[in-house]
Design a binder for this molecule. Structure first.
Ligand code: NI
Length: 184
């Protein structure tokens, strides 16, 4: 296992669409997942996508730890999605704070669909399908956006809410001060 270098906003690896993984069970995919996991833990992230470690393949991982989501009591153990497809189940979107390991030191208020269905392959070669809401839905949309070459600022509707994390902490708005950040 190895800790990989994380690409920062501006690197072309973060703007390119990723390719489908032909064989989710291939040894090189296993190795990539092991390295991504070690990298995500080292960086204290809630999620990571392969393009963030300069690999243009459709692989993401995330988890939802306890206490992360106040509205939805949804603890999700580490989940690896290969070739994921996300489908909104509602037109409703909510705005909440996100961070990203590729946009270090910053946070932004990002609208996301409140309920989604996602389908993917697991590293074991099985199909997975889940319905998600709250932070779970948010983190999946954030990570899967990386596979299409999108970073969260591109999803923002009000760029005045793109801030340095310390400013949000000191001058943030009420309850939002402690709001969920996705990658950091
Ligand atoms: Ni990110």
């Amino acid at each position: 296992m190895a800790i990989l270098k994380i690409a920062k906003m501006g690197h072309p690896a973060l703007r390119a669409p990723s390719a489908e993984v032909a064989d989710p069970t291939a040894p090189e995919i296993r190795r990539l997942i092991d390295d991504m996991l070690e990298t995500m833990i080292d960086a204290d992230g809630a999620g990571l996508a392969a393009p963030q470690v300069h690999v243009p393949l459709q692989v993401v991982m995330f988890h939802v730890p306890e206490g992360r989501d106040e509205d939805v009591l949804d603890v999700v153990p580490l989940t690896v999605l290969i070739n994921p497809v996300v489908e909104p189940l509602t037109d409703e979107r909510s705005v909440d704070w996100e961070g990203c390991l590729s946009v270090p030191g910053m946070m932004g208020a990002v609208p996301r669909y409140t309920e989604i269905r996602y389908r993917a392959m697991t590293p074991g070669g099985e199909r997975i399908e889940r319905i998600a809401e709250g932070f779970h839905a948010r983190v999946v949309q954030h990570e899967c956006d990386h596979l299409d070459g999108f970073l969260y600022p591109q999803r923002m509707e009000d760029l005045s809410l793109l801030m340095f994390s310390d400013q949000l902490r000191y001058h943030g708005e009420g309850d939002d001060k402690d709001a969920a950040d996705v990658d950091e």
